[in-house]
Design a binder for this molecule. Structure first.
Ligand SMILES: NC(=O)c1ccc[n+]([C@@H]2O[C@H](COP(=O)([O-])OP(=O)(O)OC[C@H]3O[C@@H](n4cnc5c(N)ncnc54)[C@H](OP(=O)(O)O)[C@@H]3O)[C@@H](O)[C@H]2O)c1
Length: 333
């Protein structure tokens, strides 16, 4: 089968679409024929040398895949089941989804709701799963519909899907972006307001800013997360999933002890089977109301992946990049 192989030898990275013989790591692994994969920020980190996240020298990349079970020893996922495959060490320490087939443990698989095609599942991907998990976490914390919710990195994968989901659920998403040229597109996705990266909070000379946001979904980290914390309303929460700006967080305890705000950690990688079921079911319920096509930055083939990683690294993507492992026509925006 064809696959996108990443290899690091003596600190030098090489990538190539190659012919690969695939074998299961464990006899219990499920074989999935991949219809689509998607490109995530993490994939760009894996395809770098040195890499902070890749744990083996050579592997097939791709932390995401969606397709149909081709062969399975697991009765929960019989052949023919449409699935999303993500999480664990997929595309990080074991062969991933940039391929025509992928072997994965059953715990990385989620059956797709009937309302979600395998193509839409990869428009959603790990990014959209994380966005939905973030919304559910804010709701569990008491977020009420009709309130403004800040979304950072709004034109990216997690951000653009978060804006879309929030708008469709009756919240008022405010999109924070460094891509002001995408303002109209963000409004079309449902943003009630679009603000700059530096416009999240005020009173920078004081310990706390004005109480602005009932909730926030942040995939940027660093000082952005600090500014969110100091501008959440009393009792509000931020669902934090990412670190595109920085993994460092310098803040004070004042937002927590004087405004009772909450910092909710979101992790898609080790999500339990129950969490996966809840999140994909919630996505399935919304899917009939959402046109996923405008969230596609472009559809590419595996040969185009190095360019896609570069776009992700320089923050110039809009929504999600789909990867079609079958040679043929690609769709560009
Ligand atoms: N916790 C988990 O399980 C989990 C799951 C999925 C993703 N993540 C993390 O979430 C983050 C986003 O992933 P993604 O796939 O959505 O990435 P992405 O598609 O590349 O989107 C990131 C967006 O962040 C903004 N951005 C880029 N560089 C920035 C900078 N230096 N400062 C501020 N904003 C910047 C850009 O949006 P604007 O131009 O609109 O500002 C960019 O489009 C990553 O850190 C990823 O590792 C975590």
């Amino acid at each position: 089968m064809r696959a996108f192989v990443i290899s690091e030898v003596d600190g030098v990275l090489s990538t190539a679409v190659s012919s690969v013989d695939l074998a299961p790591l464990q006899p219990s692994d499920v074989l999935v024929r991949v219809d689509y994969s998607g490109v995530n920020f993490k994939d760009a980190l894996v395809a770098a040398a040195p890499s902070r996240v890749r744990r083996v020298a050579t592997l097939i990349g791709g932390v995401d895949a969606a397709g149909t079970v081709a062969d399975s020893p697991n009765t929960s996922f019989p052949a023919g089941t449409r699935v999303a495959v993500h999480g664990g060490d997929l595309g990080v320490a074991r062969d991933g989804g940039f391929a025509e087939f992928v072997y994965a443990p059953a715990r990385f698989l989620s059956s797709l709701p009937a309302t979600i095609s395998t193509r839409d599942a990869m428009v959603i991907g790990t990014a959209g799963f994380t966005a939905m998990a973030s919304v559910l976490a804010l709701e569990s914390n008491g977020l009420r519909k009709g309130n403004e919710v800040l979304v950072t990195g709004a034109t990216g994968g997690v951000g653009s899907i978060a804006v879309t989901l929030l708008a469709n659920l009756g919240y008022l998403p405010v999109a924070s972006t460094g891509s002001s040229h995408e303002t109209a597109w963000l409004h079309e996705r449902g943003a009630v307001r679009v603000i700059g990266r530096g416009d999240i909070s005020d009173r920078l000379d004081r310990v706390l800013g004005s109480e602005r946001w009932a909730g926030a979904i942040d995939c940027v980290g660093g000082d952005t997360l600090n500014q969110i914390l100091r501008s959440l309303r009393y009792g509000g929460a931020v669902a934090a999933s990412g670190l595109v700006a920085s993994a460092e967080l310098k803040t004070t305890v004042y937002p927590f002890i004087t405004r009772a705000v909450s910092l909710l950690g979101i992790d898609a990688v080790e999500a339990t089977a129950t969490t996966r079921q809840i999140v994909w079911a919630a996505l399935g319920n919304l899917a009939t109301r959402i046109d996923f096509t405008p969230l596609i930055d472009r559809e590419i083939q595996m040969e185009d992946l190095p360019d896609a990683f570069e776009s992700i690294r320089n923050g110039s993507t809009r929504g999600r990049i789909l990867v079609n492992p079958t040679p043929g026509q690609t769709v560009r925006r």
